[in-house]
Design a protein around this ligand. Structure first.
Ligand code: MN
Length: 129
């Protein structure tokens, strides 16, 4: 069965770009446009990996990540943070919040699927061990 990936992104164009970057893969895509919705869908659907826009209305992607990490089911789920405004120290802040990886917009077409495949594999191997 295809892995479930939750995309959290408030900008429809960026959402479309992520969808397109993953269109050749056999993933089952779930989508949320804000933090509340992301938490709701995550609890219901238990995605295998989450792509998290950092800049979201109201609750930031980092706040959503911190909340997810407090839930045992999501303590180790791979989370990829994506930000449009890369500043020095941002990556460290994202990793501190509990994200596993960090990408800067604009995302190059192969970067996202490659990173996702790598992270899902890592996670699977950790589960076995
Ligand atoms: Mn955004």
């Amino acid at each position: 069965m295809g892995k479930k990936i939750l995309i959290v992104e408030d900008n429809p164009q960026n959402m479309r770009l992520v969808e397109m970057a993953l269109s050749a893969e056999s993933y089952f895509l779930l989508e949320a446009t804000n933090g509340e919705e992301a938490l709701e869908i995550a609890k219901k659907e238990r995605p295998d990996l989450i792509i998290m826009d950092v800049q979201l209305p109201k609750m930031s992607g980092l706040e959503v990540t911190r909340k997810l990490r407090e839930i045992p089911d999501f303590s180790r789920t791979p989370i990829i943070a994506i930000t449009a405004y890369a500043m020095k120290g941002d990556e460290e802040i994202a990793l501190d919040a509990g994200c596993n990886a960090y990408l800067t917009k604009p995302i190059r077409a192969r970067d996202l699927p490659d990173l996702i495949a790598k992270m899902l594999l890592q996670w699977q191997e950790e589960d076995k061990g």
